[in-house]
Design a protein. Structure first.
Length: 536
């Protein structure tokens, strides 16, 4: 029996022929493209042609030695002085393999120049010169944005003889900082799942024709106990917020629809595309929603979330993560915000700070107090657990409390802080000042220059301070003592900001349940108005 591991004569001849042709092809390619000189050769020639880099550079040294008493020393390829008198570190790379080390070496040289020679970063500059930017382009573009020293990139070109020709500045890429979901979702409802599946195919095709790449589709099915609905099968589309380039593209596609765009109109371009989809794809109903709106639809099951474009990698964006994203997880465009973050993670901490500020904006003293408390947390190397519910809708919260003793619609926050072996908690709620007012709901709305329909339709955020003041209500923030129980109790102190500093003192205020008991006229008029307005 023949050993299959032993090649046949034909296999040997075939392999020999392949290697001969490959060698011949490689030789031909090498003849057509001149070999790039060694890096040391390019360095020495560039040191004699500093005008290729910029005018009025004076050579200081080639292969300038930088000692490092704490680690590996270094050698600056070319050290020059510019017309202003500042030192310029020139780092040279000739291929992609060596280019991978460039940014590390520049950081090292800047550190050593400061450590050994006492130079500040404003007294030196760095110029990275490379004959290839294939490997360098993206990391250089990102690095340049946060480098704490002057950094410039130059693409060095060689002529057909391998001699230095000229340099062009490499300006870098704008780059992506990641996507944010547009909080305005569009949904289509259907009488059967087949129609929905057909619509999904049309949505994908339409968006491809518009060159809209980054979005998420999610199916919704009515499964609640409320009985029959005419269109129990739905699909929602959520776009990544359009960057300026995509907005300009939408304007070019639909000039008439975008000619009246106002600067203060949020998500106008996304709405234009939503309108195009709704007009070209037949459905039984069109629904607009949001992260909170979709998450609150408890009678509708959400499933089959699938991402496209940047969201299309299922390893990065598995379905459970897409579902959380759609529901508003880690979004500033929600009234329910939860997150867990460490002060040591600077980027995550910064995002959390800005998101919390947006979520509680307009909630009385909360923004100032919570901001000061988080400032204090930064010095503690703490882990922070945030849970916030901020609807800016105190009337609806009071109505639910009066109707069914349900306080879950009242604004509340809880932020836990763990540092070392210690921990404490701040929690926020709304309290009453204890003074009864002889007023009805209509009196309160009149003072705020609104009516209940406008309030429920979205003006609540604007008039909330006036309504809170009319009713003697305010947002308070309480704190447990470090190391004490994480539950409100005798150790609780009220937080405030006095002369720009966080202050701790005795708390005051009565519950909203007590407020309702003390205001029978207001409570009765509130319940009646909601009964008439939303048909309870």
């Amino acid at each position: 029996m023949r050993d299959n591991r032993i090649p046949t004569c034909d296999q040997v001849l075939c392999k020999a022929k392949f290697h001969t042709e490959a060698s011949r092809k490689t030789t031909t390619d090498m003849r057509s493209e001149p070999a790039i000189p060694r890096e040391s050769v390019i360095r020495d020639k560039l040191a004699e042609r500093l005008d290729l880099i910029e005018p009025n550079l004076e050579l200081v040294a080639v292969e300038h030695y930088l000692p490092n008493p704490d680690g590996a020393s270094g050698f600056v390829d070319i050290l020059v002085r510019d017309a202003r008198g500042d030192l310029v570190i020139i780092e040279l790379k000739r291929d992609d393999k060596s280019a991978r080390q460039a940014l590390h070496e520049l950081e090292k040289y800047v550190g050593l120049m400061s450590q050994v020679s006492g130079l500040r970063t404003d007294q030196m500059r760095c110029i990275l010169v490379s004959t290839s930017w294939h490997e360098l382009a993206l990391p250089f573009s990102r690095y340049k944005k946060h480098a704490d020293f002057y950094l410039k990139g130059l693409h060095l070109f060689l002529d057909t003889e391998g001699e230095l020709s000229h340099c062009d500045e490499f300006v870098g890429y704008a780059g992506s900082v990641g996507n944010e979901l547009c909080p305005m979702y569009m949904g289509m409802l259907f009488g059967n799942p087949e129609s929905r599946d057909n619509a999904a195919e049309q949505i994908v095709a339409q968006l491809a024709s518009f060159s809209i790449e980054d979005y998420i589709l999610i199916d919704v099915d009515h499964t609640g106990p409320s009985g029959w609905v005419s269109s129990p099968f739905g699909i929602f589309v959520a776009f990544a917020m359009f960057p300026p380039a995509v907005e300009q593209h939408v304007c070019a596609l639909f000039p008439e629809e975008t000619e009246d765009v106002y600067e203060d109109e949020d998500y106008w371009h996304e709405q234009v595309i939503q309108t195009q989809l709704s007009e070209s794809i037949q459905s039984e109903e069109i629904e607009n929603s949001s992260p909170d709106g979709l998450a609150s639809e408890v009678e509708w099951t959400k499933s089959n979330a699938r991402g496209f474009g940047a969201y299309g990698n299922s390893l990065v964006w598995p379905e459970n993560v897409l579902l959380r994203l759609i529901a508003g997880a880690d979004s500033a465009h929600t009234v329910n915000y939860t997150t867990l973050v460490s002060t040591a993670h600077a980027q995550a901490w910064s995002r959390m700070r800005s998101t919390v500020a947006r979520v509680i904006d307009g909630d009385g003293a909360w923004p100032e107090v919570i901001g000061a408390w988080l400032d204090e947390s930064e010095d503690l190397n703490a882990e922070i657990n945030v849970q916030i519910y901020s609807p800016s809708n105190v009337l609806s919260g009071l109505e639910a409390l009066a109707r069914s003793s349900d306080d879950s619609y009242i604004a509340a926050l809880a932020i836990g802080r763990k540092f070392g072996s210690r921990n404490n908690l701040v929690w926020g709620t709304i309290v009453w000042d204890g003074t009864a007012r002889d007023c009805s709901l209509q009196d309160v709305l009149n003072r705020a220059d609104t009516d209940l329909l406008d309030y429920l339709a979205g003006s609540s955020w604007v008039v909330e301070p006036s309504i809170m003041n009319s009713l003697g209500l305010r947002y308070v923030t309480m704190e447990s003592s470090p190391g004490s129980s994480d539950l409100p109790g005798d150790a609780a102190r009220e937080l405030s900001v006095v002369s720009g500093a966080l202050a701790r003192g005795d708390g005051s205020g009565d519950s909203l349940a007590s407020f309702l008991v003390a205001h029978p006229i207001f409570t009765e008029s509130l319940l009646a108005a909601y009964e008439r307005t939303i048909f309870r």
